[in-house]
Design a protein around this ligand. Structure first.
Ligand SMILES: *Cc1c(COP(=O)(O)O)cnc(C)c1O
Length: 360
């Protein structure tokens, strides 16, 4: 198509000029280990039941969906436990939409959000999209974040929203609850903890900190452990007043009836869907041990992926693996690449390729 207009020629918002959209390569290699999906997929029995629920829902798709979806929120509350009720749960099309709604409600022009890099790129991209100023604070050289360092950054910048991510993407680093408590006490802004990978971690969830902390919110997703990335279901857990705030900015009927039906059926099958988690962790740990043995520096991970360091030339290694039909991720962190934990067969292929390519 011949383009007569370039983006720069349009009267776009000044703060969006020169920005880059989210990007990851959309190719289909034999071994796809680049975007932290659940490589093990949905067990067949659960898939059939979810499909039946979606089939049933399509028969009434002439009607708008339930815009408060209390049944989905109740199912999530029951799944999480901790005495939660549906009033403390909000759901949207992926946790990315939840985060966007959170920024619409608590960020916006004249306000700032802060995160600790390297972390999930969408936190800053969504902030910019909602015209919320973005502040980069830093993790230490091991990609860890102490309570002291986090509190110092919060005091210095006084953001309206502080993003914490545990286990952190793209480093896999978990965060102790004491860091979250300290950040909460140091700010009068909102604190959001992105727990997209919580099911892979043995650490207690920030959900346990919610009682008595109305400015704290925890975002989660069915995209990773639940193998539901393609359906787009994410959720937020917080004080009911926070949910009321998100209602002010969400689109009416934002969660389709098909999504609601699929989410409800998936939550009914939670044990089956989550049964892949142990296998994923075994492949992650097997990969970590093998790459450490080969001389790479593998950072500790509580997620379904590994950040691998000690790589002299990450783009060259990335390309060499892609030649072998294996896609991993270059997040631009010097001397590192990120690898999603694969199936046992994918891990065989990955480790064979690494072995063939030799020491870093
Ligand atoms: C993958 C990921 C998400 C998931 O986003 P969805 O919109 O729920 O698919 C959220 N946060 C982090 C840190 C992630 O890595």
């Amino acid at each position: 198509m011949t383009r007569v207009t370039a983006l720069d020629d349009l009267p776009i918002r000044d703060d969006l000029r020169g920005q880059k959209p989210y990007w990851s390569p959309q190719i289909k290699p034999r071994v796809q280990l680049s975007v932290n999906e659940n490589t093990h997929g949905i067990p067949a029995e659960a898939a059939a039941d979810i499909a039946a629920a979606v089939t049933e829902a399509i028969t009434s798709a002439n009607r708008y969906p339930d815009y408060d979806f209390e049944d989905v929120r109740t199912a999530i509350a029951d799944y999480l436990g901790h005495g939660l009720t549906y009033e403390q749960i909000w759901v949207a099309n992926g946790s990315n939409e939840v985060l966007q709604q959170f920024l619409q409600a608590f960020g916006g022009p004249g306000r700032t959000a802060m995160g600790f890099r390297p972390s999930y790129s969408m936190h800053s991209i969504l902030s910019r999209g909602t015209d919320t100023g973005w502040i980069d604070a830093d993790r230490d050289e091991n990609f860890e974040l102490s309570a002291e360092a986090a509190v110092a950054a919060v005091r210095q910048h006084d953001p309206s929203i502080t993003f914490l991510c545990t286990p952190n993407n793209p480093t896999g680093t978990p965060m102790g609850l004491e860091v979250i408590e300290a950040v909460y006490d140091a700010t009068d802004g909102m604190v959001i903890v992105d727990e997209a990978y919580a099911e892979f971690s043995d650490l207690p969830s920030a959900i346990t900190l919610l009682p008595g902390r109305p400015r704290l919110a925890v975002s989660r997703t069915l995209s990773k452990a639940f193998a539901f990335a393609g359906v787009r279901v994410g959720y937020l857990v917080a004080d009911p007043a926070v949910i009321d705030a998100l209602r002010l900015v969400r689109l009416p009927y934002h969660l389709s009836s098909l999504t609601q039906a699929a989410a409800l059926a998936a939550l009914r099958h939670a044990p089956a869907l989550l049964s892949t988690v142990d296998s994923i962790k075994r492949q992650r740990d097997r990969t970590a041990a093998a790459l450490t043995e080969l001389g790479y520096r593998v950072y500790p991970s509580e997620a379904n992926f590994l950040l691998v360091g000690g790589i002299a030339d990450p783009p060259a290694l990335h390309a060499a693996l892609l030649e072998r039909d294996i896609l991993i991720r270059d997040n631009g962190i010097p001397n590192t690449l990120r690898i999603t934990a694969g199936t046992p067969e994918e891990t065989d292929l990955l480790l064979a390729a690494f072995t063939e390519l030799g020491r870093p």
